[in-house]
Design a protein around this ligand. Structure first.
Ligand code: C2O
Length: 553
């Protein structure tokens, strides 16, 4: 193979530091990479080695996660705080080094401490190695579209405030497209606050759309134009034509956009798909402009009609119609023999308010969240991966259950009275998986506190999405719907509101891999666990020792 001949080493330096930036009528100090929002775009070819030296020049602890990268035998570079490393403290640095293999498409990187990923994020683009082509018509131009979420307040304060009060965090003040809110917000009419995409009639553009928002799924449209989806989460899909994209935090969606409309200006716009309307959300709209070469500057751009915030049928149609491109590059067939069956409930929960405190969560308690009635507690003295590698006891327990403790009507809001389900114990419990075992997981949303769509992300793996639906999962009925031929492959699945999804993957990568809801605030609330994948039988399937500069706690 030509792999070694063409592989390159791609190097970057990330300076994480404070940046003063003007948005929505005020100057604000944010934490960002290399003085930019979004941060730098990383471009590699499949097979390359990526080396990123991260210098923490900010006042906060930081780590960087390479969302969706498999990190095959490089788990020390994965990045989630206290899972694979201790944080890079202010003034220190750490070098992330890993190979990018067996995947192509759009991924991204983001901070994985506190809510800092609100401003610490950027695109990570993996092109086919030289001499290899996309499995779709070559676009004339490629354009990253990073959808973000903006707070006027400092985001670390936003999280601390939620932790102290026990309530939900304050909602964001704007959404953004490539860091810019667009002209529907106060003081944002200045042209430099509006993202502009210039196109030429007849040309085709590959939009690499990334949802970097913290707490909201988004609908995205361009007036009068259709998209052809060609890839999600860096896995090629059968071409799927749609006029609207739905995208959950963590996910990516690559679409071909043909400039096939009359020369003119057209808005692109995004706003929330809010599946739990009883929980307050930011219902504002961000927009940018698509301007055709030769368009009159006086013309008013056309505005797309976005779906209503609660348009679950439109979201479900988009999410469930995608299929994998089985004859495309990097396709992996669905593993047929399942070794480990798991049924995992995902949902909100409660934590008791201290006797002498007032708490702003539901029923005067504190918000919490759980998987299989375990509310994940992050370790504080050593990362899980260090504890695993060096065999240090007392950091975690391998007792994450394969099934929930109780069977009940998961989607019936009346179960909220069941205190043994509501008040989930706080545990650092993980699930151990044998090397190369095939794991199938039924993810079942619960109606405890709120019925909500939770985007579940698994670090270190892509999984096939075999089926998804509403209500309680029923194995006899729903396993008949499994797509074992050409299911979409993802690293983040938006488990339908009041519903379920079934995923399958092969645990072929030793290490410790965080599994969590990508609604950012649900992570400190405990909607997480970790997979500890054991070493394989050969030297080439065993964990390497940590790099010398791995941060200490
Ligand atoms: Cu994109 Cu654990 O994260």
């Amino acid at each position: 193979s030509s792999t070694l001949a063409s592989a390159a080493i791609v190097e970057h330096s990330f300076h994480v530091k404070n940046l003063t930036i003007g948005r929505l009528c005020r100057q604000r100090v944010i934490t960002a990479v290399n003085g930019r929002l979004p941060g730098p775009t990383i471009r590699v070819h499949e097979g390359d080695t990526l080396v990123v030296q991260v210098f923490n020049e900010s006042p906060y602890n930081i780590t960087i996660h390479w969302h969706g990268i498999f990190q095959l035998l490089s788990p020390w570079a994965d990045g989630p705080n206290m899972i694979t490393q201790c944080p890079i403290t202010p003034g220190r640095s750490y070098t992330y080094k890993f190979n990018v293999i067996n995947q192509e498409g759009t991924l991204w990187w983001h901070g994985h401490v506190s809510l800092l990923r609100a401003t610490v994020y950027g695109a990570l683009i993996i092109r086919p190695k030289s001499g290899h082509e996309y499995p779709y018509p070559k676009p004339d131009k490629e354009v990253p579209i990073l959808l973000g979420e903006w707070w006027n307040a400092n985001v670390v304060d936003v999280e601390n405030q939620a932790q102290i009060t026990g309530g939900a965090p304050n909602i964001s003040d704007a959404y953004t497209i490539n860091g810019k809110p667009g002209d529907l917000y106060p003081c944002s009419q200045n042209p430099n606050q509006i993202y502009k995409l210039k196109v030429v009639e007849g040309k085709t553009y590959l939009l690499r759309i990334i949802n970097a928002a913290l707490n909201n799924q988004l609908f995205f449209k361009i007036a009068n134009h259709k998209f052809t989806v060609v890839s999600v989460d860096a896995s090629y899909t059968d071409p799927y034509v749609t006029d609207v994209v739905v995208i959950a935090p963590g996910q990516t969606t690559d679409v071909l956009l043909k400039a096939d409309q009359p020369v003119g200006s057209y808005y692109m716009a995004a706003r929330a798909y809010a599946s739990a309307p009883q929980i307050p959300f930011d219902n504002t709209t961000t927009r940018g402009i698509v301007v055709y070469d030769g368009a009159a500057s006086s013309a008013n751009p056309l505005m797309p009609a976005l779906p209503a915030f609660n348009d679950t049928p439109t979201a479900h149609k988009f999410y469930s119609n995608l299929t994998g491109l089985t004859d495309g590059p990097q396709w992996v067939p669905v593993p047929r023999q399942v070794d480990e069956h798991m049924f995992v409930t995902v949902g909100l929960a409660l934590d008791r308010c201290a006797a002498n405190a007032t708490c702003q969560g539901p029923n005067g308690q504190r918000f919490s969240a759980s998987m299989n009635n375990h509310s994940f507690q992050f370790p504080t003295s050593l990362s899980l991966l260090q504890a695993f590698f060096f065999n240090v006891g007392g950091i975690y327990t391998p007792n994450f259950p394969n099934n929930p403790p109780l069977k009940f009507d998961y989607t019936n809001p009346n179960v909220s009275n069941n205190t043994s389900l509501l008040f989930a114990p706080k545990l650092t419990s993980v699930k151990t998986l044998k090397f190369n075992s095939t794991v199938e997981i039924v993810l079942q949303n619960t109606a405890l506190i709120a019925v909500e769509n939770h985007p579940i992300h698994i670090h270190g793996f892509d999984f096939h999405v075999l089926a998804q639906g509403f209500g309680n999962y029923n194995a006899a009925r729903d396993s008949k719907k499994f797509n074992l031929v050409n299911p979409q492959r993802r690293n983040t699945i938006a488990v339908p509101v009041g519903g379920w999804a079934v995923i399958r993957f092969q645990a072929n990568n030793p290490g410790v891999w965080l599994v969590h809801c990508h609604l950012d605030v649900h992570l400190p609330w405990g909607l997480a666990t970790a997979f500890v994948v054991e070493n394989g039988p050969t030297p080439a399937t065993r964990l390497p020792p940590p790099p010398a500069d791995l941060p200490h706690c």
